[in-house]
Design a protein around this ligand. Structure first.
Ligand SMILES: Cc1cc2nc3c(=O)[nH]c(=O)nc-3n(C[C@H](O)[C@H](O)[C@H](O)COP(=O)(O)OP(=O)(O)OC[C@H]3O[C@@H](n4cnc5c(N)ncnc54)[C@H](O)[C@@H]3O)c2cc1C
Length: 459
């Protein structure tokens, strides 16, 4: 797919990949082998009918392709952009055994974008009202998926969102240059047509508890999709210095509060030298955002090697093209500050990789006497997020794991509390958009089953 030139894009927040033309999409779609076993479908957490929609694109039936995707995926323009296809459908593609796998993500994005551009997005079918009322807590991909499935099944659905904006990480985390917010808004507006109601600035656990929703407000079931938005920190000296951000804060200021715009009310520090600590998508997003905010030297410090980085390959490539430097096998030991408490640099130790840990990755072992300093004015900590404990702390008898995640059956979203379901990052810890959507879909089915409502086969 054609992309904005790296030298141009570091001075704007517009999307980097430019999308396929009709001809490009059809040519790519024609590469599909149409395997009878369709391993790509089995590798998709929501089982999109991939060969079917790809065949429709190949034949020029673009609106039909979009409709096929929407049968299984309520947010195709989003998933076509941010799903780690290289680890899912495209990894299973048989074309990949001998060359490049089919660009399934690009094709999904093409079909969804074309449908939007032509104003052809049809409101999803909705069954007659069934009299059941469901509260969905959180409007990220998990909550939006549950809400759309249940609203489509005729339930009255209310989505309660703590922030003033909907979409969860899609809106406040993933930058505009990877996922334009106009697309997130459009996809959510499409779901709203199903009749669900959104209530913003409603913090469940503060404004009302889960028990209040069930007992006082009379909801028949509650789904918790509150994500994992609590940033982890390094726990090293100097982490309170001025100029240290969690990636969540840095990205929220930029994405949600538009701090990159000159007219924004929310400030964000700008400086020529920024160090981001971490190796995932979040770290890449922060380092690339810094490049767009006047940073000349944006360095990512990661404690393992590049091959071990959990970030998407495409994100790492884009970051490098944009001049982001990777310092791998580095372990941050302290953040250095001046006498006024402003960040001056970060002290690191070199590491070597030792035995494999529980995650199967080789453990980083600091090398004695290998300390060195990287001078910088901003340090962004992007080493992971945990669930906020607010709902677990205010919901008696809900089972919570040692990691602070809500314990729910991955197959159906049922928790230890009757009529309370959960899915997405609040259950798995930080994961992916499509996994959160898959969990939302599974929970919607069990909610319908438990409420004695018919469950519609989706494929
Ligand atoms: C910067 C960044 C980049 C990422 N990039 C990718 C990527 O490229 N591809 C990918 O697949 N995944 C990516 N991820 C991960 C992905 O975004 C998440 O796995 C996914 O969004 C989880 O969905 P969710 O619905 O469980 O939670 P979230 O998206 O976190 O949504 C939870 C929602 O619940 C709300 N909420 C929280 N507490 C309450 C409360 N008490 N009351 C009411 N509402 C509440 C929050 O405000 C939020 O809107 C990224 C994550 C980050 C942070």
């Amino acid at each position: 797919m054609r992309e904005q030139d790296p030298d141009t894009r570091v001075s704007n927040f517009a999307e980097v990949p430019l999308g396929y033309t009709d001809e490009e999409a059809r040519a790519e779609a024609r590469r599909c082998l149409g395997c009878r076993t369709a391993p790509c479908v089995a590798a998709c957490p929501v089982a999109v009918a991939i060969p079917e929609f790809v065949g429709q694109i190949a034949g020029g039936a673009f609106p039909a392709a979009a409709r096929t995707i929407r049968r299984a995926n309520a947010l195709p323009a989003i998933c076509g952009r941010v799903c780690p296809q290289e680890d899912q459908c495209e990894k299973a593609c048989l074309l990949g055994k001998r060359g490049q796998p089919l660009a399934i993500g690009h094709l999904e994005r093409f079909a969804a974008d074309r449908e939007r551009r032509e104003g052809r997005v049809e409101p999803p079918a909705r069954k007659p009202e069934c009299g059941k009322r469901i509260a969905v807590v959180g409007s990220g991909p998990a909550g939006l998926t549950v809400a759309s499935e249940l609203a489509g099944a005729g339930c009255a659905v209310v989505v309660l969102e703590a922030l003033h904006a909907l979409g969860g990480v899609l809106t406040y985390g993933i930058p505009e240059f990877r996922l334009p917010k106009a697309i997130v808004k459009d996809e959510i507006a499409g779901l709203e047509a199903l009749g669900m109601r959104f209530v913003r600035n409603f913090v469940v656990g503060r404004t009302e508890t889960i028990d209040h929703l069930l007992k006082e407000d009379g909801f028949d079931a509650v789904f918790i999709g509150t994500g994992a938005g609590l940033p982890s920190f390094l726990g090293i000296p100097g982490e309170n210095a001025v100029g240290v951000y969690s990636a969540n804060e840095y990205l929220t200021r930029s994405n949600l509060m538009k701090a990159y715009r000159p007219d924004a009310a929310t400030p964000i520090l700008r400086s020529p030298r920024v160090v981001t600590v971490g190796g995932g998508n979040v770290a890449m997003d922060a380092a690339r955002t810094a490049r767009r905010l006047d940073t000349v030297q944006s360095i990512v410090v990661y404690r393992r090697g590049e091959a071990e980085m959990p970030a998407r390959i495409e994100e790492v490539r884009h970051a490098k093209e944009e001049g982001v430097l990777l310092r791998t096998l580095c372990h941050p030991a302290a953040i250095l500050e001046d006498e006024e408490g402003f960040v001056q640099g970060i002290r690191c130790l070199r590491v070597e990789l030792g035995d494999r840990d529980a995650s199967g990755r080789r453990r980083p072992v600091p090398i004695p006497d290998s300390a060195f300093t990287i001078e910088c004015e901003i340090v962004i900590v992007a080493i992971g997020n945990r669930p906020n404990p607010l709902i677990p702390d205010t919901t008696p008898d809900i089972l919570v794991s040692g990691r602070g995640t809500i314990v729910a059956d991955p197959a159906d979203g049922r928790t230890s509390r009757p009529r309370v379901y959960a899915g997405g990052d609040i259950v798995t810890g930080s994961a992916t958009v499509i996994q959160a959507m898959g969990a939302g879909r599974a929970a919607a089915r069990s909610i319908l089953e438990d409420l004695g409502q018919p469950v519609q086969p989706r494929m």
